[in-house]
Design a protein around this ligand. Structure first.
Ligand SMILES: C[S@@+](CC[C@H](N)C(=O)[O-])C[C@H]1O[C@@H](n2cnc3c(N)ncnc32)[C@H](O)[C@@H]1O
Length: 344
């Protein structure tokens, strides 16, 4: 799991290795220093799962603030980074230093700069890497600022998700350089190549990992998909690149049998039950149906708002915002170019 790019390190709880079975399930502490837990620890480390390594309190709730990313994701991101001999690399999100070590191994520690917002992690990772004979430049700070002193970089890899591309990354990237970063919208990976001093060509998003299918059930009412007000609500909630397609049983009756949610690369499918059972959901690693369920819960939370409760503010500078009840209600959505009706 990639962390989220944020300003200011939260207060830390502790930093032993924790294994998290799934995003929402409770974590179990595995202490590798305890001989009785060493097997579990080794299994966790060599398994293809992400491991929470630091918890921080947010609004009174323990939240993962650093993790060792899923090994297959680390490998995929390095593959997309396309490192060549002599490349200078900036890594955003040092965390344990594991990926930093891989970067050092590939291009040499003197070519590698890594930054993490958590100075304790920076100190720990520096010690860990140094014990392996690797001395990259590891600094504490907000990765959104890049590391100006060490620029330009041929490659920038971020292990924490960002809502967009921070301008310093563009400025600190050499011409022809590449950025690989997950974005907060569903964690989609993007590869950006700098084509000129200020230009970017947005390259391929991460293709769906077909092996990584999650099956679950949902208590969501399938009739919601026939409700025009919910369809509008859902359109406003989905990331701009996500579309929904109705599945119909036959073209005569056009009875809805389910929906597909997709972004071109990732796909989730909900099959409506023919009896009293719950909907069956199949989705890949982007977990697109989770967005639908979240929208459903918030729709109920706001008393199933009809479309009359939704308004739009459009300005001459091109910004457009949809809102619930009142422009200042606090429940608003940016209307993005390309983020038109999600139903296709
Ligand atoms: C997924 S973890 C890092 C995984 C790491 N590459 C590894 O191999 O262990 C993401 C890291 O990003 C850091 N982070 C979050 N927001 C940041 C920011 N604004 N600037 C720099 N680092 C940040 C977190 O402290 C966390 O350690």
């Amino acid at each position: 799991m990639a962390g989220r790019l944020r300003a200011g390190a939260p207060p830390r709880v502790r930093a032993p290795l924790l294994a998290l079975d799934d995003y929402n399930r409770p974590a179990r502490l595995i202490d590798g220093a305890d001989p009785a837990q060493q097997n579990d620890w080794l299994n966790a480390v060599y398994d293809d799962r992400f491991l929470a390594t630091v918890w921080a309190m947010h609004d009174g709730n323990p939240t993962v603030s650093s993790s060792a990313s899923l090994p297959t994701l680390v490998a995929r991101m390095l593959q997309l980074l396309d490192l060549q001999d002599g490349h200078r690399v900036l890594e955003i999100g040092t965390g344990t230093g594991y990926n930093t070590g891989l970067l050092c191994h590939r291009v040499g520690a003197e070519q590698v700069t890594s930054i993490d917002i958590d100075d304790v992690l920076v100190a720990e990772a520096t010690d860990r890497l140094s014990a392996l004979g690797m001395r990259p430049d590891v600094v504490a700070g907000d990765g959104a600022d890049g590391v100006q002193d060490r620029a330009p970089f041929d490659r920038i890899i971020s292990t924490c998700a960002s809502p967009g591309v921070p301008v310093p990354w563009i400025e600190q990237l050499a011409d022809g350089g590449v950025i690989v970063s997950p974005f907060t919208l569903g964690g989609a990976l993007a590869v950006l190549r700098k084509t000129g001093p200020n230009d970017f060509l947005i390259g391929m998003p991460e293709p769906a990992d077909r092996r990584d299918h999650h099956h679950s059930t949902s208590e969501m009412d399938p009739h919601a998909f026939a409700d025009v007000d919910f369809r509008l609500w859902l359109s406003l909630h989905l990331p701009a690149d996500v579309r929904i397609v109705d599945l119909v049983s036959d073209h005569e009756t056009r009875t809805r049998t389910g929906v597909v949610v997709h972004d071109g690369a990732h796909r989730a499918e909900a099959r409506f039950p023919t009896d009293d059972l719950d909907m069956h959901i199949t989705q890949d690693s982007r977990r697109l149906f989770d967005h639908v369920e979240l929208a459903w819960h918030s729709y109920q939370l706001h008393d199933n708002p009809s479309r009359e409760r939704i308004g739009i503010t459009a300005r001459t500078d091109g910004t457009q915002t949809a809102w619930l009840d009142h422009p200042d209600s606090g429940v608003t959505w940016p209307l993005l170019p390309g983020g038109d009706n999600a139903w296709r």
